[in-house]
Design a protein around this ligand. Structure first.
Ligand SMILES: Cc1ncc(COP(=O)(O)O)c(C=O)c1O
Length: 362
């Protein structure tokens, strides 16, 4: 079976991990500091704070902004639940804005959702495609917290994601770069960068010197060691994904009823997922196509089957505000991700293309 994701480890990762194990210093922070430096270099930000997950990165970023229930956070309904959970934990109210033709927060709709209480915008660089933040002018008092969980290495023009306000990356097992579990916050904002470092470590400035209430959100050196060799090969890793994406784009270009992902000129897509839409014009449904591919030994993914707040546990939630979101609902019905990770060979991409065509033409 061709899996939908597969971590890219290998001998360099083993060597880096063994070095930590042999040193006997599992919590020294040396490898974590190295990983943070790589994220500073990647984003051009002055601060990079490694934490235990992408969810924690989002929670910590929003926590530092000191929000209350009257404060509003604008975000997309078409995302993983971590985006919403982080907003709910911050105490603020989530307002959902529909998505655009690329499946991303529709920037043209932002203005009509802004109120004097809007404090934060959380764009999600979904599937590795950045939201076009270069074109957004944020009024004073509004912070952009980028959910860059799926977009390590992506950029908008010359500007890397994670550098537009506060960047939140995930290093979870399925991501382009992984430490098993892990996350990184990046920012140029001194107050946010300092506070993130402090809250991550029990609010301690030095040993037992508490300066604010904190938590244990630390990443370990063992995890950082897993990520370092991958980060050194980040460009090649993302390039391998891109090569597979280009093969799909070429091979599927003439298939009726299938909408293909676009990579706009000014943005570097890092192809965390290659997501097609099985439109209403297609002769079969998304779920039927997924079944046909599964029968042919190809795993697929539905990211995401429902709008993020469309669950019983969020119904009538006092911190959730939404209205009908037709485009997001359409994507939830039609989106299907095909395996694009570097472990997929060109022959395997051809096999997937063949199976898709066969299923559509049958
Ligand atoms: C869009 C998005 N946001 C946030 C997260 C949370 O990251 P993590 O799983 O590292 O907590 C993920 C990934 O799981 C994600 O895909």
């Amino acid at each position: 079976v061709i899996p939908i994701s597969q971590p890219l480890l290998g001998r360099e990762v083993e060597a880096e991990v063994i070095e930590v194990l042999r040193s006997g210093q599992l919590a020294q922070g040396k490898k974590v500091a190295e990983l943070e430096q790589m994220f500073k270099d990647l984003t051009g930000c002055r601060y990079a704070v490694a934490v235990s997950s992408g969810t924690v990165a989002l929670e910590l970023a929003l926590h530092i902004l000191d929000l209350d229930p009257r404060d509003e956070v604008l975000t997309t309904p078409f995302t993983f639940v971590a985006t919403l959970n982080a907003i709910l934990h911050s105490g603020a109210t989530a307002t959902f804005v529909d998505i655009d033709e690329n499946g991303l927060l529709d920037l043209d709709l932002l203005a009509e959702h802004m109120t004097p209480r809007t404090r934060v915008i959380v764009p999600v660089h979904l599937y590795g495609l950045p939201v076009d933040l270069g074109s957004v002018e944020t009024p004073p008092g509004i912070t952009i917290v980028e959910d860059a969980a799926q977009a390590v290495g992506a950029s908008i023009g010359d500007r890397p994601v994670g550098s537009f306000g506060v960047g939140c990356f995930s290093l979870y097992a399925t991501k382009n770069i992984t430490t098993g579990e892990g996350g990184v916050i990046t920012t140029d904002d001194e107050r946010v960068g300092d506070a993130a470092g402090l809250v991550r470590n029990q609010g301690m400035k030095g040993p037992y010197e508490y300066v604010m209430p904190g938590h244990n959100y630390r990443m370990t050196d063992l995890q950082a060691a897993v990520g370092l060799p991958q980060m050194r090969r980040l460009v090649a890793i993302n390039q391998a994904r891109r090569a597979n994406a280009l093969r799909y784009l070429d091979g599927l270009s003439q298939v009726g009823g299938i909408a293909l992902p676009i990579s706009p000129e000014n943005r570097t897509h890092v192809w965390h997922q290659f997501t097609i839409r099985v439109t209403d014009e297609a002769p079969i449904t998304r779920d039927d196509l997924a079944s046909r591919l599964a029968a042919g030994g190809v795993a697929t993914g539905v990211y995401y089957p429902r709008l993020v707040f469309d669950y019983e546990c969020f119904r009538d939630h006092p911190q959730i505000r939404s209205r009908p979101l037709p485009n997001a609902s359409m994507w939830a019905r039609q989106a299907l991700s095909l395996p694009v990770h570097p472990g997929v060979s060109p022959e395997e991409v051809e096999r997937v293309i063949h199976l898709v065509k066969e299923a559509i033409d049958a």
